[in-house]
Ligand binder design. Sequence first.
Ligand SMILES: [Zn+2]
Length: 300
Amino acid sequence: MRQHGGVTQAAADPQDPSEVTVGLAEAPADAVREIAGLLGRGGVVVLSGAGLSTESGIPDYRGPTSLARRAEPMTYQAFTGAAAARQRYWARSHLGWRHIARATPNRGHQAVAEMERRGLLSAIITQNVDGLQQQAGARDVIELHGSLSRVICLGCGERTPRDDLDQRLRAANPAWAAQARQVNPDGDAVLDDGATDHFNVVDCLRCAGALKPDVIFFGENVPPGRVADCYALVSEAQALLVLGSSLTVMSGYRFVRHAAKLGIPVAIINQGPTRGDAQATFTLDAPLGPVLTTLTTRYL
Ligand SMILES: [Zn+2]
């Protein structure tokens, strides 16, 4: 059981699907109602994380559906420091991108887009790089960690569509074939040893500089202007609603701390505990798609 802000609900046991059903139908109704009360006043900033996309088939690093990560994520320093690291990254990402590009928005994304359509949200800040929130129809989305759908040149800074690079990589690797064993939410696919050795990388068409996905790598900072914009939005918010993030990374957690410091109510819906639970006014431990659908269809 988790208790917060007068709300008590049974944590759904991910091992037992019937527990999830029971939990949704009965136990969290109070929590759903409390969160609906916050949303109904409008001016809410949503902060979403990987847990919102798991129902689209993109596994979370840390949530209950996560698989043990079999390789360390690429760091900015490793990527920019060695051509071999970039070759390994692009080979893995070449397969991972196909998986991300095939994914479609789920009920959770659609419910958030519906909240925006009804004028309840002042902004959506997402830590996800999969573009699914926008595909669901949300318009005002800040991609805190960038987007896999774009590529940036480390030489001249030009941004180009990932689809263009995908075509170039396919053309440069006509005989290359590998099977992804696991795809991570950053589009990084785990391949068998040696599978990346013969992958041909392509460079910027304009300046021949190295290309990088337009996402924030581990060891890289979110651009200060983007962070400042998010702080400003949270400062003006009536409430902060965290969806599907364990808030393990400071990049998102800092906005929860900021809201709490200003006395702005924080509601967290996530499967499993989060680093922000102590600062939250309401917490709800439940699968995102069903609970957000319940919120928008029954309570708002
Ligand atoms: Zn360039």
